[in-house]
Design a protein. Structure first.
Lengths: 174, 484
């Protein structure tokens, strides 16, 4: 469903930061900010919550560790115990390298998968850009235009005063 | 703004200004244009000459491997005494090369070293290609390479209930190297996504637009995604750091857990890791010196970057030298006659020339880098980097072949002489490596554009702060003390 957005473009990250702070001070909810590189301190200015993705790493890593250790124990202790150099069947120390590798492998891949899932990125996805050349040198703040409690004139004034190069409205799906 | 810049802003002129890695005043658009240029322009003569050599070597590689599969490993110089020679030397050499890439992309990210941004993309690509080259060798070294899948445990287990020996470092290697390859590839590709989006948005051709559009996964620069993306990069760096240490440690255990004199030592894991980083930095220097010249990227890969890399090379070179000395010391002090004989043989036996070549390249060469003049001379750095590569290849050769050719019983002694097929696969693996690398620098951005944009922004910030503090003269020490 396409909706109405107010898009303000900037050429300077410092002005962008200032504009984000101003909008937040005036309690305008920001839909999103688009930048060609991760601008420092923008997360705090936008009031973004810390991502919970590290938890995915933690639990997926734990899963990898458990799977690896169970598999090694199953094969060498239960399924076919084999005397190799007189070592005990359950030679836990010798299992550490493989357990470690699989912890890292499953933890890492799951984290990336979770990122792609959360950010709704997938190969072949059609891109939706509020303004072109966002991935080159333009910064943009996007606000969703709603019917109540939204004064477009005031938003436009605030954005222009903070140094926006251009403020315009679009109807699209982001 | 990095932590150093923040600290400088607070304390001001009492600190030395942080280094500006990229000169400020380059616009963001300029960065995109400069870095995309090698992909959009026709390749120059330098590139074609390099590619012709590399591709010829790659074809030769394919031919030798085909012949090897037809005839068997008997075409190599290996024999009953020396069963591991060039193939395993090349394996360890290439895996080691890869390590510098991960060090630059992961460990330097954790340490917040901004100079990594100009070189991390190509160093990571180098890692992936080096691990690909390395992966070839254990496979072709198997007598029956078509049974290579036996090294993986798989379901349903058609070998009866007998499983691979999970207590063996050779099996650990399979897990370590494949995990390393997978994580490096994912890390590298994830880093590419924002740049692929940039390329998609500036592509003019339909096919290019579609390919980059498909690969960039709908990236639109949303900051909500950036925030998560940065966290995931940090997590992957945190995972890749112990991973890279584990990989060469496990490779070293292939040797250290055996009983062969000269191999059976506990120093191997850290010694191999230091050697890997050393050889990898040698290779990064070689590659970047060539590419910054042929692709005209001196503005982004500056002499300051080369200087930093030279310093890491020197440091790791000295760690490697220290490990050599420790090996000799423990052979003498340990009182094991076989171990002692191995080291006497290493320095005075039939392969002594390899040992002295190794010492010359790995122990003496890095000390040239103490001199600023040497670190500032591209020619000198190039020569040093080539010598480092040669020295590190010979280090593995000395460890493997000298260890095997005179082990315990003199009746089992022998000599290894490489045949033309041994030399052919060594040259061929360089062909594979350089062909892949040359294709990479023509088809993907070899410098991370978005990271460079980030660094220029902070350079501009530093410039602003320095300008501000100039107008605001520093307080005297007594005043600072009073204020405190």
């Amino acid at each position: 469903m396409p909706s109405q957005f107010v898009v303000a473009t900037f050429s300077d990250p410092d002005r962008l930061l200032a504009a984000v702070r101003t909008l937040r001070d005036h309690s305008f909810p920001i839909y999103d900010v688009y930048t060609p590189y991760p601008v420092h301190h923008l997360d705090r200015a936008m009031g973004l919550r810390r991502t919970r993705l590290p938890w995915v790493t933690f639990f997926a890593g734990l899963l990898g560790l458990t799977l690896a250790f169970s598999f090694l124990s199953y094969t060498t202790v239960l399924d076919w115990p084999l005397n190799v150099g007189g070592k005990p069947d359950n030679s836990t120390l010798a299992f550490i390298p493989i357990c470690f590798e699989l912890t890292v492998l499953i933890g890492g891949l799951s984290t990336v998968a979770a990122l792609l899932f959360r950010a709704r990125l997938f190969p072949g996805k059609k891109v939706r850009l509020p303004v072109p050349s966002l991935t080159d040198d333009i910064f943009a703040i996007v606000l969703r235009r709603r019917t109540e409690h939204f004064d477009p004139a005031m938003v436009s004034r605030l954005l222009r005063n903070s140094g926006a190069c251009d403020v315009h409205e679009i109807e699209t799906q982001l | 703004m990095s932590a150093t810049v923040a600290a400088y802003a607070e304390v001001g002129p009492q600190l030395l200004p942080p280094t500006r890695w990229i000169d400020e005043g380059i616009s963001l658009q300029q960065i995109t244009d400069d870095i995309s240029r090698p992909m959009e322009a026709r390749p120059g003569r330098g590139w074609w000459i390099c590619f012709a050599f590399a591709f010829a070597a790659l074809i030769e590689f394919a031919a030798v491997i085909t012949y090897l599969f037809a005839k068997g490993v008997g075409i190599w110089g290996i024999n009953n005494s020396v069963g591991w020679a060039f193939a395993i030397t090349n394996f360890v050499f290439w895996i080691g090369i890869g390590h510098a890439g991960t060090l630059i992309s992961a460990i330097l990210l954790l340490f917040r070293q901004q100079w990594r941004t100009s070189i991390n993309r190509s160093a990571e690509a180098m890692t992936i290609m080096a691990v690909m080259c390395a992966g070839v060798f254990p496979l072709i070294h198997l007598g029956r390479p078509w049974d290579a899948f036996f090294i993986f445990p798989y379901f349903p287990n058609q070998r009866g209930p007998l499983w691979v020996n999970f207590r063996s470092p050779l099996v650990w290697d399979v897990f370590a190297v494949s995990t390393y390859f997978t994580i490096s590839l994912v890390f590298w590709f994830l880093g590419l996504v924002p740049d692929l989006a940039t390329l998609r948005d500036r592509a003019t051709g339909r096919v290019k637009k579609q390919i980059f559009g498909f690969l960039s996964m709908g990236w639109n620069g949303s900051f909500r995604t950036w925030a998560r993306y940065e966290m995931v990069s940090l997590i992957l760096a945190g995972l890749a750091t112990p991973l890279v240490l584990s990989v060469h440690s496990i490779v070293s255990m292939d040797f250290a857990t055996s009983l062969v004199p000269g191999w059976h030592t506990t120093i191997f894991p850290p010694y191999f890791v230091a050697g890997a980083v050393y050889s990898g930095f040698g290779m990064v220097l070689t590659l970047l010196i060539i590419t910054r010249h042929t692709m005209h990227l001196q503005r982004y890969i500056t002499m300051r970057h080369l200087d930093k890399m030279a310093k890491v090379t020197m440091l790791t070179g000295m760690i490697v030298s220290y490990a050599y000395a420790t090996e000799f010391f423990s052979a003498w002090y340990g009182g094991n006659i076989y171990e002692r004989y191995h080291f006497i043989n290493r320095a005075t036996g039939p392969y002594a020339w390899c040992f002295y070549l190794m010492v010359l390249c790995n122990v003496i060469t890095p000390h040239f880098l103490w001199f600023k003049k040497a670190r500032n001379s591209v020619a000198m750095l190039f020569i040093v980097s080539i010598l480092v590569n040669i020295g590190m290849w010979f280090e593995r050769f000395v460890i493997i072949v000298v260890g095997l050719h005179r082990a315990f019983l003199p009746s089992g002694w022998g000599m290894f002489y490489p045949t033309r097929y041994d030399i052919g696969i060594l040259i061929g693996s360089f062909g594979l490596f350089f062909t892949l690398f040359l294709l990479f620098i023509r088809s993907l951005p070899m410098i991370a554009m978005w990271e460079i944009k980030d660094v220029t922004a902070s350079s501009a910030h530093i410039a602003k702060i320095i300008e501000m503090t100039k107008h605001d003269p520093p307080q005297k020490d007594s005043e600072v003390a009073m204020n405190a």
